[in-house]
Design a binder for this molecule. Structure first.
Ligand code: N01
Length: 547
């Protein structure tokens, strides 16, 4: 669609055509609503459109990291590996877009710059980077939690004569590093997946590490036809299990025992079983790994010994081993040969704790000790997570309230779905919901379905205006914080608390109570007449939910 075909007014504008935006569009169409979707990328896929770096792959198993809303879709689609690669996931999203005829409502290559709510007209005006505007009764942000890529502010980048890349904004045509001297800055999930792949091409690879990372073997493998058949036969039950589970993953174990109640030998055996199984369920070996520092240390100690066994040089192994860090408080990484990559002669670790980066020169990266001359520079430095993509849009009301001011001390939402003071604006997997601490596909489907039901309810009750109540929001924020503070999560210097963005308020953003418990809460709230939300009609009449 070109800009000149844009409608001037629709029922709903959806921002983002990733998994959340596409499913939202599908459900809104089924409600008979007119919808305009805006997407900055040139095609569908969201995070899987942008993160095309070599080695990119999901860390939730493919049979679970997929839509469940259409049984025909889940029965017909054939995943090939335990963890799907980025190209396979992108093929899947494209298949979904075609299958449900979704593209015709999406304007691609269009970034939304502002969303302004007119309090008299009860409508949003959404304006794009091309200065096109559309009015809508509702605006739904499906902007993703990890979509605002962060290139760190290191002096001198503009002087660099080589090519530089960010993993989250990878060129569509790919990059050939054959024979090149390459620097990678960052050793989180993206860096850990990318580094072994770039090492296969580069003549020399420098890995700039600020904080060593816990990473577990993914244990990826081709899916066996019999196992796929079995899953497909039981899909309805498995999906139901996932929806009620803590992490939104049916195959995760639900531990019942403390690590401290096990003998050292039992712990060693139990961690080994999880380690060999692969995947992020490792921290679910015992029920208090994320609750008790002493229990957490048992899991961390085992993981450190595994790192030591994977790296030949003990000094290097020590430098790659996280110390004074609780395992799992930063998102756990899964790798395929990450630590072993450092056993190769042409791969060198640059430990930034010994000598921090000073600046980027025309020819490379300079630390306080020396300059590393490189042909290409890769930032695997992550994202302004959860709030970045929302706050990059100027979201305001006609009376001058701005989301930026409302969230100045950290995001405040009711259920992660709405923010008080911003009527008719929904966020899918917003801060204060399980989002990134869950199988996000399960969380996306739950939010989309809840919003759809809410809009249907409003239509039937002739409400045109919905707003989160400030008191309900305050209580929800307090509840989210209370749950988080009962765990070890807030102690990690992670993007969950915004620690990777200088100046970002330190607030633990996701809801850690589990997707099952969260879903139940959302369902109860709806069943109780959308407790904590205020409604009114076009004629200005205030209506409670049951009138
Ligand atoms: O980003 P990160 P990511 N100088 O923030 C370092 C999802 N994901 O893109 O730890 C030097 O985790 C930073 O160092 P430190 C997943 O949820 C999923 O890797 O802040 N270094 C860190 O090492 C994941 O958690 C998948 O000290 C700097 C790294 O850059 C999330 O996306 C795959 C620096 C950033 O790590 C983000 O992962 C990929 C600086 N100025 C991503 N600034 C899968 O599904 C930052 N760093 C498998």
């Amino acid at each position: 669609m070109t800009t000149k075909n844009l409608p001037t007014s629709v029922d709903v504008v959806v921002v983002g055509a990733g998994f959340a935006g596409l499913y939202m569009l599908h459900r809104l169409r089924a409600l008979g609503m007119t919808v305009q979707v805006f997407e900055a990328g040139s095609d569908v896929g969201g995070t899987w459109f942008w993160n095309r770096y070599p080695g990119a792959r999901c860390d939730v198993e493919s049979m679970e990291y997929s839509y469940s809303f259409s049984d025909e879709l889940q029965q017909e689609w054939a995943w090939t590996e335990r963890y799907a690669t980025q190209p396979e996931i992108l093929r899947y999203v494209n298949h979904v877009a075609d299958r449900f005829d979704l593209r015709r409502s999406v304007q691609f290559k269009t970034r939304v710059r502002s969303a302004v709510f007119d309090e008299d007209q009860d409508q949003w005006t959404i304006t794009t980077d091309g200065n096109a505007s559309v009015t809508a009764h509702f605006c739904i942000m499906a902007t993703g939690c990890l979509s605002a890529a962060k290139v760190p502010e290191i002096a001198g980048l503009s002087n660099f004569k080589g090519d530089w890349y960010h993993t989250g904004l990878w060129p569509q045509e790919g990059v050939d590093f054959s024979g090149k001297v390459v620097a990678v800055i960052g050793t989180g999930s993206s860096g850990i997946q990318l580094i072994p792949e770039v090492a296969k091409q580069a003549s020399q690879l420098y890995v700039f590490q600020r904080t060593p990372t816990f990473s577990l073997p993914a244990g990826n493998r081709p899916l066996q036809p019999q196992a796929v058949l079995e899953t497909k036969k039981n899909y309805a039950e498995l999906r139901q299990q996932a929806r009620g589970s803590p992490a939104g993953v049916a195959s995760y174990p639900v531990p019942t025992r403390s690590a401290l109640d096990a003998t050292p030998e039992e712990r060693e055996a139990a961690y080994e079983v999880r380690w060999q199984a692969g995947g992020t369920a490792y921290t679910r070996t015992y029920n208090d790994v994320m609750l008790s520092q002493a229990s957490n240390e048992t899991a961390a100690d085992f993981a450190r010994r595994k790192i030591a066994s994977r790296v030949h040089d003990p000094v290097l192994a020590d430098a790659l081993s996280p110390k004074d860090v609780l395992i799992g408080t930063k998102r756990l990484c899964l790798d395929d040969g990450y630590f072993e990559t450092f056993n190769q002669n042409h791969v060198k670790l640059v430990d930034l704790r010994e000598a921090p980066i000073q600046d980027i020169t025309a020819e490379g990266v300079r630390t306080s000790l020396t300059e590393y001359k490189v042909d290409a520079l890769i930032f695997a430095t992550g994202f302004d997570a959860m709030t970045g993509a929302l706050l990059n849009i100027d979201i305001r009301t006609s009376s001058g309230k701005t989301l930026a001011k409302s969230w100045a001390a950290g995001p405040r939402t009711y259920l992660g779905l709405m923010t008080a003071g911003f009527p008719n604006l929904f966020t899918i997997t917003g801060p204060g919901s399980p989002s990134v601490i869950s199988n996000v596909m399960v969380s996306i489907e739950q939010h989309v379905e809840w919003i759809t039901d809410c809009l249907r309810f409003m239509r039937e009750a002739r409400h045109t205006h919905i707003e989160a109540d400030l008191t309900a929001q305050d209580a929800w924020v307090a509840h989210v914080n209370e749950l988080a503070n009962a765990t070890l999560y807030p102690l990690g210097n992670s993007w969950y608390v915004g620690a990777n963005i200088p100046g970002k308020p330190r607030v633990f953003m996701p809801y850690v109570g589990g997707v099952g418990r969260y879903r139940q809460k959302c369902t109860e709230i709806a069943a109780n007449g959308y407790e904590g939300f205020r409604f009114s009609a076009a004629d200005g009449a205030q209506r409670s939910a049951d009138t």
